[in-house]
Ligand binder design. Structure first.
Ligand code: NAI
Ligand code: MG
Length: 378
């Protein structure tokens, strides 16, 4: 029986509205090549631009479908500017669209924020003497608690000079994200340097209580995975190690805020935000999105690199396939990645963000031209 997958498509704001339609084209092309794959996409507006017109962040229909009916969702980015160039905010000060991106992560308990840091051939990295065979890490960031959980404020309205951010870390939250990291490492080929399957716990457990609990939880779960090497680094030191010897790292797991910071470092060494995909993954639901934001500086110019969104679609199809034990979406994901790899390696059709270093003289292509090249490959 052919299984049908329902996908909520949420382009959002800025370049989200440019790259998501391109990623959907690529996804539909994959579904037409892999005949057993049946995808049903439901597209909805959301974010700051929607809020300006409708006084809410998304429609009730969009929210209900995404939370209760979709097998997975694909989000572009949120973050709009109003006509005076100010960021569109809710009355509480949060970005308009906050409840879509942060709300989905929390309400659906999408506890693992998965960010592959892979350097593709043909992509310039700022690291000297490092090549694609050195950089293939997956950062798994805890996504539902920690410093970004809203327990923050000012001590009182009178005392505006004292602010606090309370960080809550639980054993449950830490163990489930650690388990995700170890299970992921089981499926991978190991670290580039030695082929060893390795999970590195990145924290600040020499000082912080929450990090001590995070590391204890990592050890507890890790003891079940005898074939995986356990590794530890304090977050400040890890930033240095990752630049010097990225080839040592396979899977890295970290509490929320530290995971956020180190994954931007990951984004830089893999060639920038234009090629950085991500997934927010829970027990039964998941949402996929490029790491980048709405990029108002280039929105509407056709310069946005669609590859981060396209690789996010590949992650989504792979997740759907593993979850349903269905080979078709997994094959579609492979086809998409292979086509992206080919276009990047050949090097001639790329957006301006990748026209650096050895590719400095390449004439930048538009968002659509890059998609067309990928689709032609498929
Ligand atoms: P950004 O990721 O939108 O842009 C940072 C820089 O990278 C810009 O110079 C941009 O032009 C470039 N860039 C980003 N994606 C690119 C792509 N696909 N191709 C080529 N160049 C690309 O981050 P920024 O400027 O800090 O934030 C802009 C807005 O997006 C803000 O409102 C922010 O709050 C929001 N944002 C939303 C996120 C989300 O929806 N998950 C994540 C990050 C930021
Ligand atoms: Mg970030």
């Amino acid at each position: 029986m052919v299984r049908k997958y329902k996908i909520a498509v949420l382009p959002g704001d800025g370049i989200g509205r440019e790259v998501i339609p391109e990623a959907v084209k690529v996804m539909n092309e994959a579904a037409s090549v892999i005949t057993g794959l049946n995808l049903e996409t439901h597209e909805f507006e959301c974010g700051g631009q929607y809020y300006l017109k409708n006084d809410r962040e998304w429609s009730e229909e969009a929210e209900t479908f995404t939370k209760n009916e979709a097998d997975a969702s694909l989000l572009g980015a949120i973050g709009a500017l109003d006509s005076s160039g100010n960021v569109v905010r809710l009355p509480d000060g949060n970005l308009a669209g906050y409840s879509v991106v942060i709300g989905l992560r929390r309400e659906l308990e999408l506890y693992a924020n998965v960010r592959p840091v892979k350097l593709y051939e043909g992509v310039p990295t700022p690291l000297a003497n490092k090549s694609p065979s050195d950089i293939n890490i997956v950062i798994v960031r805890e996504n539902t608690e920690g410093l970004y959980y809203p327990a923050r404020g000012r001590i009182s309205e009178q005392d505006k000079n004292l602010a606090f951010d309370l960080r809550i870390i639980t054993a449950k939250g830490s163990e489930r994200v650690a388990r995700y990291a170890f299970e992921l490492a089981m499926k991978r080929e190991g670290a580039p340097v030695d082929g060893t399957k390795r999970v590195t716990c990145v924290d600040k457990s020499n000082i912080l209580s929450g990090c001590k609990l995070f590391r204890e939880s990592f050890d507890k779960v890790g003891s079940e995975f005898k074939d995986i090497s356990k590794d530890y680094a304090y977050v400040d030191a890890w930033t240095l190690f990752a630049l010097r010897k990225p080839e040592f790292y396979d899977v890295v797991v970290a509490p929320n805020a530290f995971g956020d910071i180190i994954s931007d470092l990951g984004g830089a060494i893999q060639g920038g935000l234009g090629v950085a995909p991500s997934g927010n993954i829970g027990e039964t639901q998941a949402m996929f999105e490029p790491v980048h934001g709405s990029a108002p500086d280039i929105a509407g110019t056709g310069q946005a690199n669609p590859i981060a969104a396209i690789l996010s679609v590949a992650m989504m199809l792979e997740w759907l396939g593993f979850r349903a034990n269905d080979q078709d979406p997994i094959e579609a994901a492979k086809l998409i990645r292979k086509s992206v790899e080919d276009v990047l390696r050949e090097g001639q059709i790329r957006t301006a963000d990748l026209c650096l270093g050895s590719w400095e003289k390449v004439k930048p292509a538009t968002t659509t031209e890059v998609t067309e090249a990928i689709i032609n490959r498929m």
